[in-house]
Design a protein around this ligand. Structure first.
Ligand code: IPM
Ligand code: MN
Length: 362
């Protein structure tokens, strides 16, 4: 198969983890007879520096024309003046919106070999397998913002259509998994949440009667995620709640550096990125954990290119590397981890040793 992959390294550790991920994708392409081409484009702080725009038109166009987009991270202290008019994060938000990527899939599956890296007791973690579906192009992130001497405001609004489409994606996933969906909101306080709850209940009743649906308030969910994570399967929630709950959920897996994500819409192109940020404190040192970016490539192969077998290969290879205790600093006891490149190399060796070459496809 031929595929054009747009690579947006971005800022901080972004370039390091995307380089590692691309080296894994190249290995997969070679072993499975695919022809992947990679083109790099600027986004975030580096795009502000070079083009005065966190999402240059050329970057958006390249992403729209690609088969899939792989992104590192955006942001950093250099661009984080609170009074700045242009910020790196705006580039990422505009890209998600520009590509119509309303459903952000964030799987959380603690790895048995990394349980010690989690601050949560191991017996609560075995068997945890959660898929968070975060709404990605609406809510308070995208509402009108105001600011004057007396105060500031951020508008949170959701249309029925915006809720319906992301909730349907979550129900479909729940149907393929354990048939259990939890919708998270703050319906005791917020009007948008009351609408969210009504729409979700109706879609469940009318279209997914076979899926068990529950509604949980976000503050309670923040607690349940740590006290009984094994009970959950698919969780669907609005943009900001999803952002916060998935950083929390990453602690189940032991490190933010292990969680991949896929952002999907109705269109053809998907965006794949680790859920972690640009980690300016360790940028440029070659010690960032590349597994989240590498696992994002597995999601890319599965969701954008339909290459399930190859996606499984990458996931098994990362499992193999973790089983072999190939840990970066965020996972290693005493901070004596391996380099980003060494971790990627371990994944590549696992692919070379254990992943059989499928028949050539066109
Ligand atoms: C994420 C990040 C972004 C978000 C930032 C960088 C805008 O935290 O992908 O979770 O809040 O969506
Ligand atoms: Mn986040």
């Amino acid at each position: 198969m031929r595929a054009e992959i747009a690579v947006l390294p971005g800022d901080g550790i972004g370039p390091e983890v995307t380089a590692a991920a691309v080296s894994v994708l190249r290995t997969v392409a070679r072993r499975h007879g695919h022809d992947f081409t990679f083109t790099e484009h600027d986004i975030g702080g580096i795009a502000i520096d070079r083009h005065g725009d966190p999402l240059p038109a050329a970057t958006l166009r390249a992403c729209q024309q690609a088969d899939a987009v792989l992104l590192g991270a955006v942001g950093g202290p250099k661009w984080s003046d609170p009074n700045a008019k242009i910020r790196p994060e705006q580039g990422l938000l505009a890209l998600r919106r520009g590509l119509g990527l309303f459903a952000n899939l964030r799987p959380v599956r603690p790895h048995p070999a990394a349980l010690n890296a989690s601050p949560i007791k191991p017996h609560l973690l075995t068997g945890v397998d959660i898929m968070v579906v975060r709404e990605l192009t609406g809510g308070i992130y995208f509402g009108d913002k105001t600011r004057d001497e007396r105060g500031a405001s951020d508008l949170c609004s959701y249309s029925v259509t915006e809720i319906e489409r992301v909730v349907r994606s979550a129900f479909r996933l729940a149907r393929q998994r354990r048939g259990y969906l939890v919708s998270v909101d703050k319906a005791n306080v917020l009007e948008t949440s009351r609408l969210w709850r009504d729409v979700t209940a109706r879609i469940g009743r009318e279209e997914f009667a076979d899926v068990k649906l529950e509604h949980v308030l976000v503050d309670a969910m923040a607690m349940h995620l740590l006290s009984r994570p094994r009970e959950y399967d698919v969780i669907v929630t609005e943009n900001m709640f999803g952002d916060i709950l998935t950083d929390e959920a990453s602690m189940l897996a032991g490190s933010l550096g292990l969680l991949p994500s896929a952002s999907l819409g109705d269109g053809r192109v998907g965006l794949y990125e680790p859920i972690h940020g640009s980690a300016p404190d360790i940028a440029g040192k070659g010690i960032a954990n590349p597994y989240a970016a590498i696992l994002s490539c597995a999601m890319l192969l599965r969701h954008s290119l339909g290459l399930d077998e190859e996606a499984d290969c990458i996931e098994r290879a990362v499992d193999g590397a973790l089983n072999a205790q190939v840990f970066t600093n965020d996972l290693a006891a005493g901070g004596r981890g391996v380099s980003t490149q060494a971790a990627a190399q371990a994944v590549i060796e696992q692919l070379n040793e254990h992943c059989y070459v499928a028949e050539l496809r066109d």
